[in-house]
Design a protein around this ligand. Structure first.
Ligand SMILES: [Zn+2]
Length: 414
């Protein structure tokens, strides 16, 4: 792969694209700040999507549209609605639109010396700006590739979004009225997500998660007069204790966390309802499925234990387990050309890389067997998911350049 990257760096058009990226580094930074200042809470990305679609058109992508779930899509050397028919499968370069910040958070950006400060300035305004910079460089310098490239700015990557934009790209399943746009009518040759800052990590393992909202319901009653009925709050306590003692694998790393709990209405009432939220994670799909079974058994046992000691003749607790998040896991093998190309690009740019695990839009592709990775778009950042988030452009255009090289390699520059 080192030779492939060396060949790309020597290729006339790719060199021109590289110079374009270097020359427009300040433009990319300005776009990053401008996009960051457009609010994009998960589930309310419309405004930022509209601005991104304008930018896709400005830089010369074709068939730009906003699909039914709100993803922005635009083509380089390809077109919307193209079937799997004749040509080679496209490469997808993606970045998520949404931020973890709700509608009340001020998302203005301030420049303090070398630092840009603003919620979402790195995650993922940096990824979006890099996505646009790669598109612009390819279009302006007319790099010829065997494979078309789909540029996609996705909705719903963060938290409760549950990767809905990326999921829609691949399976088209969403309870929204069908209009003109369709899900991808092809299986991509590769999927590359640009997410946040940094150059040192190549995410090839998809950290999967399953999130549950668990509710215990009972008859409730006066805390003195009805004492002895099955108590949902007790069941929550029993469940938390059982889950805390579950053995979990260290390798592949697997976790089971109680992350929220609640219930009850007053100081002198046995609650009719109490609940807890669970976040289960693993890099390994089998381990996650196994954990899922164990956790459900523990929840059943908590309900049973509480029911067993209730006053005879009173109603049993009912348990309801609701899946509220489902991010698939999996791995793009380190030997896969996509991972090797990314490692070689890092070497060519003189920067060490480590292979890592994370939860990103690439999860969806990896779980479907599509080779996928996630890359930072360069620079330093801190306070991710906090309103004090910051970004420093310490690598200049290197992150964008790495994205260009990996994309160009996978799209097979002619
Ligand atoms: Zn992100």
């Amino acid at each position: 792969m080192n030779e492939l990257i060396a060949r790309l760096l020597g290729h006339e058009r790719v060199r021109a694209a590289r110079h374009h990226i270097e020359r427009t580094d300040e433009v990319t930074l300005a776009r990053q700040a401008a996009l960051s200042a457009v609010p994009a809470p998960t589930g309310a990305e419309t405004q930022r999507a509209a601005r991104t679609a304008e930018l896709f058109r400005e830089v010369g992508l074709r068939d730009v549209l906003i699909d039914e779930v709100g993803n922005v899509r635009g083509w380089f050397r390809g077109e919307e609605g193209r079937g799997t028919g004749n040509g080679p499968a496209p490469v997808v370069l993606a970045a998520h639109l949404d931020t973890v910040f709700g509608p009340d958070v001020q998302v203005g950006v301030e420049r303090r010396g070398e630092r840009l400060e603003g919620p979402g300035i790195s995650d993922n305004a940096r990824g979006l700006a890099a996505l646009i910079a790669v598109a612009e460089a390819l279009v302006r310098t007319r790099v010829a590739t065997a494979r078309p490239i789909l540029f996609a700015a996705t909705v719903g990557e963060e938290g409760s979004g549950d990767l809905r934009g990326a999921k829609y790209l691949f399976d088209g399943k969403k309870d929204v009225g069908a209009r003109h746009a369709v899900p991808l009518p092809f299986v991509p040759a590769a999927f590359i997500a640009l997410d946040g800052a940094g150059l040192e990590r190549i995410v090839h393992r998809a950290l999967g998660s399953r999130r549950y909202h668990v509710t215990f319901r009972g008859p409730g009653g006066h805390s003195w007069a009805a004492f002895g009925v099955a108590n949902p709050a007790n069941a929550v306590g029993r469940a938390a204790a059982l889950l805390a003692d579950l053995p979990v694998a260290a390798e592949p790393r697997t976790t089971c966390a109680v992350v929220r709990l609640g219930g009850g209405t007053g100081l002198n009432s046995i609650p009719q309802e109490a609940w807890l939220d669970l976040d289960l994670r693993s890099e390994d799909p089998k381990a996650l499925a196994q954990l899922d079974v164990t956790v459900r058994a523990a929840l059943d046992r908590a309900a049973d234990d509480e029911n067993r000691r209730r006053t005879t003749g009173t109603p049993r607790l009912r348990l309801e387990v609701q899946l509220v998040g489902d991010r698939p896991s999996g791995t793009t093998p380190r030997t896969h050309p996509l991972v090797q190309v990314a490692l070689a690009a890092n070497r060519a740019l003189g920067r060490d890389a480590e292979l890592a695990a994370a939860s990103t839009d690439a999860n969806v592709a990896i779980a479907l067997g599509v080779p996928a990775i996630a890359l930072g778009a360069g620079g330093r950042a801190g306070d991710a998911h906090l309103t004090t988030e910051w970004y420093e452009n310490s690598d200049g255009p290197l992150g964008v350049l790495r994205a260009l090289l990996v994309t160009a390699a996978m799209a097979e520059v002619l």
